[in-house]
Design a protein around this ligand. Structure first.
Ligand code: NDP
Length: 395
């Protein structure tokens, strides 16, 4: 039995806290810490009412390493689950090293002033984690996360060489708002408005934002137009899959979402640089975040499903084979279970499974790891019953 410290009390933090509380055989004590402690307290009260378990709460500024170290040392967790924002990854990693505990997150570090997703900053911690004998697992959400594990499973069991991978992500749900993002608006809009990029024959190929699309038939949802985006798991999978020739990432967006995004971009409210306003400096995208619905608040009225998977083509015993491995998740069902919508749920459940792998020793090893570098079997055996059943089809 282990103590776990969760940092971040947003949509994903809600799911992680509920699911840790429901895991009574692994986690003896749970602490949820975040910048705004009242959000932690609200989640703790829900958990008490729904699962009969008391969890601790704390206020912490995760940009402040000494404050984090003090909290971690005082509480003494076996693992820290970071579900704050990507901007806090490095400070939380620093604090875990100093306090001597393992680390897990769901999104790679991004500097606040450049919309740039890459693992270089976190991979640079490799030697420090190795020397400290500590484990850091990066990107244990759905994408990255489950998608990396799906690829590892295909590589381990289904194909001798994985040549082509298309990761396809569809949110076929509806929240009834004119415009809202399903996770942190600032992070989400930065990701979508960035230039597209995919990897082919050893090179990165750049595309204009949302300039390439295809139709894909998503199980449980149907045919949807899907747009090529750069997504962070492409970077590690391009390194770690054997024989890979091409890997791309696709996500669906509705017409209305794209129209809103286009207008917002045209008027400059998605800008991430500072502008002068009434004698003070503001960052337009942060102001926009303050106006948009809090993603966690969408959960109560969300209907429909998410459907996300990996289409992998390659060679098995000299023959061409193609597999689709995926999960379908229902927004209304996840709300009933943990008071969260499916985008938060599909991120939070793999984070809890990853932490369970670490504290039970099913995954171990000093250093910094991407998910596909670890054994997919115990992870996939755990994550299905925990809430994300997965399916493989030969195509
Ligand atoms: P939210 O914005 O809903 O929640 C973020 C939480 O972090 C808030 O409670 C916020 O506090 C807290 N926080 C922010 N800054 C600090 C700080 N300096 N110190 C302490 N707490 C802080 O985001 P989500 O829950 O939607 O997303 C959480 C993470 O999950 C993000 O990193 C996101 O990129 C990642 N994600 C990963 C996905 C995947 O599939 N891999 C998919 C979706 C999300 P406050 O309430 O005070 O603002």
């Amino acid at each position: 039995m282990s103590k776990v410290l969760i940092i971040g009390a947003g949509g994903v933090g809600t799911v992680v806290a509920h699911k840790c509380a429901m895991e009574k055989t692994v986690f003896s004590d749970i602490m949820l810490a975040s910048r705004t402690v009242s959000k932690c307290e609200k989640i703790a009260a829900e958990i008490k009412a729904m699962h009969g378990r008391t969890i601790q709460t704390a206020a912490v500024d995760a940009d402040n390493v000494p404050a984090l170290v003090k909290l971690i040392k005082a509480y003494g967790p076996k693992v820290v689950i970071n579900v704050a924002l990507p901007y806090q990854d490095l400070t939380i990693m620093d604090a875990c090293l100093e306090a001597g505990v393992d680390y897990l997150d769901t999104a790679n570090y991004e500097p606040p002033d450049v919309a740039k997703f890459e693992y270089s900053w976190q991979w640079a911690y490799q030697e420090r984690f190795q020397k400290a004998g500590r484990m850091a697992v990066l990107g244990s959400g759905f994408d990255p996360g489950m998608t990396n594990v799906f690829c590892a499973y295909v590589q381990k069991h289904l194909l001798d060489e994985v040549h082509y991978v298309d990761i396809v992500d569809c949110n076929g749900g509806s929240h009834g708002k004119a415009f809202a993002t399903n996770f942190n608006p600032e992070i989400n809009i930065r990701e979508i408005t960035a230039r597209g990029r995919y990897w082919e024959n050893g090179e990165w190929i750049e595309t204009d934002p949302l300039s390439q699309s295809m139709m894909f038939d998503y199980p449980g949802v149907g045919e949807r137009k899907s747009f090529l985006l750069y997504h962070e798991e492409l970077e590690s999978l391009a390194k770690n899959l054997k024989g890979l020739k091409r890997i791309r990432f696709w996500m669906t967006f509705g017409e209305s979402y794209l129209k809103h995004l286009e207008v917002m971009q045209n008027i400059g409210i998605t800008r991430i640089d500072e502008v002068e306003f009434n004698g003070q400096k503001i960052v337009p995208i942060q102001f926009l975040k303050a106006l948009l619905p809090d993603p966690a608040s969408l959960a109560a009225n969300y209907t429909g499903k998410t459907s996300i998977g990996c289409l992998c083509e390659g060679i098995k015993d000299g023959k061409k084979k193609r597999y689709f491995i995926y999960n379908i998740c229902d927004h209304a069902e996840t709300y009933k279970e943990v008071r969260a919508q499916a985008v938060s749920y599909t991120t939070g459940v793999p984070a809890v499974t990853g932490a369970v792998m670490m504290v039970t020793g099913k995954w171990q090893g000093a250093g910094v790891w991407n998910m596909e570098q670890l054994d997919p079997d115990p992870f996939l055996a755990d994550v299905g019953p925990r809430g994300l059943p997965w399916h493989v089809e030969e195509r």
